[in-house]
Design a protein around this ligand. Sequence first.
Ligand code: SF4
Length: 224
Amino acid sequence: MPMKKRKSKKKDSQFLEILAAKARKSPAFDSKASLLEQVLENLLSEGEDRPELARSVMEGLMKDFVDWNEARVSAADRIVPHFSALKDPEYKAKAVQALLGKIFSRSGSLEHQFLIDMETEALEDYLAGIMELREDTRKNLMLRVMNRPTLPITARHEIILERVGTMFTLGDEQIKKTLLEHPPAVLDGIKNLLDTVLDKYCLDAPRCARCPLKPVCVYSEDHG
Ligand code: SF4
């Protein structure tokens, strides 16, 4: 049976209001570190229950390699073991090397001031050009480290939109405009909330009783 959809845009805006109200900022990264180190730490902490592990992996890398450039060019069998305490170590090792490689290819160094200077749209395109970076990783970097507004809803969240019963889609320009009126910290909180709802409650068989989106969710209404 097709999923029931809400009939009014007003309901959609209530859904967005709940997201924004429940949004919580992620833990801050070490603001004394360089932007590059903050980017790498954010990437390594993605999906981790204990984000502090990312910092200890970074410290281990810096003990074993002369600098990030050596890590960039090292063979997988030398670099991947450093990531073994993290979830998805091979992806994270590849993503780090690809990111460093992309920065290096611009000027033959890891100087990255240009990332700070880039317009938001250009930065989004730049990160999208690194095939090894998942969409989620790119959004996290934009929102958490680079403090840029970007749409916090990704393709993996579509199942939530459908179950909640929203009328909008990822291509909906009005929703995009409404969401992007929020500052990056709130957008980051919205993404966190959607990630939590998806991974903890909604993926596979929904467990609605404790889900924070229950008050606005059509699926939950229909399935008790
Ligand atoms: S209330 Fe249930 S169906 Fe709705 S988003 Fe939460 S877990 Fe998914």
